[in-house]
Design a protein. Sequence first.
Length: 263
Amino acid sequence: MGLFLSIEGSLEKYIEKFFHDKYKGRVHPLEIAKKLTREMRDRKRVSINHTYVPNKYLVYLYPEDLQAVIPIVPLLTRELKDYVEKKAAEKKHILIAPPQIFFQADENLETGQLHVEGSFEEVKINKGVGVENEPPLAEKKEEDEKNTLCFKPIKNVIPAQNNFPEPKGQLILNTGTAVGKTFYLKTSPMIIGRHDSCDIILNDHSVSRHQAKIEYQQGKYILTDLESTNGTFVNGKKITTHPLKAGDTIKAGTSLLLFNFLP
């Protein structure tokens, strides 16, 4: 098995070099497809009976390369989605939802380079959709009433809102394909980065896996860089630890986040 993986990796490198030379630095669609396959393979998750693969892919290109493919992006995206579905079926892997593919510019790349980042997009299920044998509403209400337990009020209980404080701040994404996305800041420490374990996940490969920490202290949010590769900036200045003010702009990699307190 190790030999076949080695051969497959060598072939991918050869194909990438071939198209890189032939198209004089421009990215070829086949090269993107190969990167998608590699990312699918590297990010797969194996359960007891199934193997799951990412359904969302971000394709980062050098800005001029992105401009060159923009006219065909709708058709290219459709073709690549079909390719991902067929490749997953061929390997007997499972996509948790229909594949999504987005293109984004990255100034940190060079002409002809590309980077693909896959992730598992959360599947939202609407109530009442796809539920088998759901009883009629009247019957369900009657059944719920039968199963309802009565509790006597207990005195001197701490209100729930004190145990789970409301968010006091927010970060609004101002770049990329998810412009306007809002992250609500808790009073407990939160980690910003591109790794799936982070509280605030930025789909930007120029962001470190664990970029920075933001925490609430004495009425202020404090931003601390976690020794990130490219550094963390506030209003254009590189920081180590910095108290945030309303309207501050945070730069992590190529991503920009606007900070504000909640009213």
